[in-house]
Design a protein around this ligand. Structure first.
Ligand code: 13P
Ligand code: SF4
Length: 332
């Protein structure tokens, strides 16, 4: 066991063999009760993990749950910035993540030392950062946003306010278009949402003329231009559920289909085609979490998310601002 704990530094997770005879669903339920733990999962997690979670949500919903929970341990089935946000908001809880390597290409595209310089070059700008960023970037920001509240938060600020938007250039340019602003954009992007092929989507739309194309705002501008609806993961699920249409082309990570099928049984969901020959739109970071790693991380309470207190306090300020603003603006 000691060897496996020491090895977390190298591999990012507890590398211990789980006997195949174990009923992981039953064991995870037992561990939740024993340890007064809450299991939070993002919509991009594999179906088994979503099924065993206490709450599945988008980034805003998950942050709110993490902030308000009374559980002793928060088990985060998502990526690193999400678990880190939970720890920033609720530092007295133990926060564990099944695999510390579950990062995010968007977050990685904005290193704090470069962003600090960029910010210093524009001292009259307010910094709004998408929650998909490290604690270091959050600490350099004035307000955090998610795809559920970004447009309303930007629009709540005076028109003449100069704004830097980081790290996602696609979400930033989408909001610029929607709100008529001219925010200065950091040039970051998500590897999963940038892979969709506009040409193939247009062909698919022609073949399925009754299908509505729905997309996450992390997709490229040209792809968003042909979308019938753009929204966060929870907004996309809600759209499929409530829209009378029967057929949808889904422009986001494939994990979302599990919840969509549950919420809208009988509807036809077609994953948007990527620009390569691989038929999957999986996020390689999200998919590092497995049921086995989840079980081990709950049992041994490792790997744990730890954050230096000064950085935590600085990173919390803009997240608190987002949560307050979201409340004031009535964002569900
Ligand atoms: P939301 O679930 O907040 O829409 O974010 C999507 C995403 O890419 C998370 O990494
Ligand atoms: Fe990051 Fe994109 Fe994966 Fe979301 S889908 S975690 S933005 S790499």
């Amino acid at each position: 066991m000691k060897e496996a704990v020491d090895n977390i530094k190298n591999v990012g997770f507890l590398d211990i063999e789980v006997p195949p005879t174990i009923d992981l669903f039953e064991e995870i339920e037992k561990l939740k009760k024993e340890k007064n733990a809450i299991l939070l999962a993002h919509f991009y997690q594999e179906p088994d993990i979503q099924d065993v979670a206490d709450f599945i949500g988008d980034s805003l919903g998950l942050a709110r749950m993490a902030q308000n929970t009374n559980a002793d341990m928060i088990v985060f089935a998502g990526v690193h910035f999400m678990a880190e946000t939970a720890k920033i908001l609720n530092p007295n809880k133990k926060v564990v993540l099944p695999d510390l390597n579950a990062g995010c290409s968007l977050s990685d595209s904005c290193p704090p030392h470069l962003f600090k310089k960029f910010r210093e070059e524009h001292p009259d700008h307010l910094v709004i950062s998408y929650i998909n960023c490290s604690a270091g970037i959050k600490a350099l920001s004035d307000i955090i946003c998610t795809s559920s509240n970004a447009k309303q938060i930007v629009e709540s600020l005076p028109k003449e306010q100069k704004i830097i938007f980081a790290p996602d250039r696609n979400l930033g340019s989408y909001i610029n278009k929607q709100s008529g602003r001219d925010m200065l954009l950091w040039n970051g992007s998500c590897m999963v949402h940038e892979i969709f092929s506009l040409e193939k989507i247009i062909k698919l739309k022609t073949r399925h003329s009754n299908a509505l194309f729905i997309a996450h705002p992390e997709c490229e501008e040209a792809v968003l231009e042909v979308a019938d609806f753009v929204g966060s993961t929870s907004e996309l699920i809600n759209f499929v559920k409530t829209n009378p249409n029967q057929e949808f082309i889904v422009g986001t990570e494939n994990g979302i289909l599990h919840k969509m099928i549950k919420e809208a049984p009988g509807k036809t969901l077609i994953p948007a085609p990527p620009n390569n020959s691989c038929a999957c739109n999986d996020c390689p970071h999200m998919k590092l979490n497995t049921l086995e790693k989840l079980y081990l991380c709950m049992k041994y309470e490792l790997p744990e998310i730890l954050i230096e207190e000064g950085l935590r306090i600085a990173a919390k300020k803009p997240i608190d601002r987002m949560l307050e603003l979201s409340k004031e603006l009535g964002i569900k």
